[in-house]
Design a protein around this ligand. Structure first.
Ligand SMILES: [Fe+2]
Length: 246
């Protein structure tokens, strides 16, 4: 009866790492500004784990949301500076930049209008939906992003239980790139997310993969994801765009 709490045991050996994607573009490793790393020391523990798995560049994406994490480009860049100083002090050689994970709440459209989004690469904007329901004005807002020259990326599509594969297909056709959390393939977020992650890969709908790293349990799952056949498929036989962000 205690099997529920037992640590998963894996038989498959790890034979490759994330070096083929080079860039991890969704993580919460900036210290002290969201539900990720609390201080620079925690940031560095997580960053070292990512480096050990072959990541060469990290784009940190703190939450920006009206309710909980009212980050701005100032709070994010300030945290990035603190982290960079600590990395330099400890002689840790990693490229690190900052963007954001924008929450699609009632303030998202205003932020777009004011053009205060935190972008990565060639004007990519990472955003997430609520886990409860899809905003009714999704297409209008996506169109606005595109009209302003932004390239929208929806974070972890496999984690929205109210959406089906056809809805993702039409979003994708509408110009929204999709970013899979690789740890979903281990079942970290449950069976449904794992299944949707696999279906999205099969349907060739995934554009980016990343860690969404918040803490050490994610680091462990990121490593274990390397045992999953679906990850092998997506790393070596798939048109991923992570490399565009290097
Ligand atoms: Fe995230």
């Amino acid at each position: 009866m205690f099997g529920f709490f037992k640590k998963k045991e894996y038989k498959k050996e790890i034979t490759f790492d994330y070096s083929s994607i080079m860039v991890d573009m969704h993580s919460h490793v900036l210290p002290g500004i969201d539900d990720g790393a609390k201080d620079p020391q925690e940031s560095i523990v997580l960053i070292k784990k990512m480096m050990a798995l072959g990541i060469k560049k990290i784009i940190a994406t703190p939450h920006i949301m009206a309710d909980y994490y009212r980050n701005t480009s100032e709070t994010i860049n300030e945290s990035l500076t603190i982290l960079k100083e600590e990395l330099h002090k400890q002689k840790i050689d990693i490229v690190i930049e900052a963007a954001a994970e924008h929450y699609f709440d009632e303030t998202f459209e205003e932020r777009i209008d004011r053009q205060e989004l935190m972008t990565m690469g060639d004007n990519y904007v990472l955003f997430e939906f609520s886990f409860i329901n899809q905003p009714p004005n999704t297409i209008a807002v996506v169109q606005k992003l595109k009209d302003l020259g932004y390239k929208p990326i929806l974070a972890h599509p496999e984690r929205y239980p109210y959406m089906d594969i056809d809805q993702f297909k039409s979003l994708h056709d509408w110009g929204v790139s999709l970013q899979l959390n690789t740890i979903s393939l281990t079942g970290y977020y449950g069976k449904e997310s794992k299944k949707m992650a696999e279906d999205l890969i099969d349907a060739q709908l995934i554009d980016f993969i990343s860690s969404d790293m918040h803490h050490l349990r994610h680091a462990e799952a990121l490593k274990n994801a390397l045992r999953m056949p679906y990850l092998e498929k997506v790393l070596f036989d798939y048109p991923l765009k992570n490399i565009l962000l290097k």
